[in-house]
Design a protein around this ligand. Sequence first.
Ligand code: HEM
Length: 128
Amino acid sequence: METEILKLEDIKLLVNAFYDKVRSDHLLAPIFNEVIEDRWPEHLVKMYTFWQTVLLGERTYTGSPFPPHARLPVMKEHFDRWLELFYSTLDENFEGEKVAEAKWRASRIAEVFQMRIEMYREDNPFLI
Ligand code: HEM
């Protein structure tokens, strides 16, 4: 049965189901695994706090989202896949206005990350 995103338990379900998809995706899995290696449990806990902060307004995330992405070997096709998996996870598990909000927030953040990655590459052409 589909449910609204209302509490931390819902955020955990969303994050766990999404990264299950990521980890079995041929395009994205190698990029995540290269960086995260055996730290998946910590990454998931951090992402619970991120989405808890964004969607529930409960400010448990205190980091800077962009820096870990600056030097990733990613292009538009990676972000498109990320969003596709995130949207399908939302639609398979939830309903209601937070679903639309989550999609909108994710797409805006993905757009900003892509722009900043491009800027980083222009400023640091020899680091990649
Ligand atoms: C192709 C797309 C993406 C890839 C490959 C990617 C990959 C990664 C990797 C490898 C990390 C570092 C994990 C670690 O070292 O612990 C990370 C962290 C993170 N990602 Fe992404 N990511 C992508 C898109 C996004 C998007 C669209 C969002 C937000 C909507 C997002 C939010 C975050 C956050 C909040 C963190 C934690 C940052 C911190 O350390 O505080 N990512 N991501």
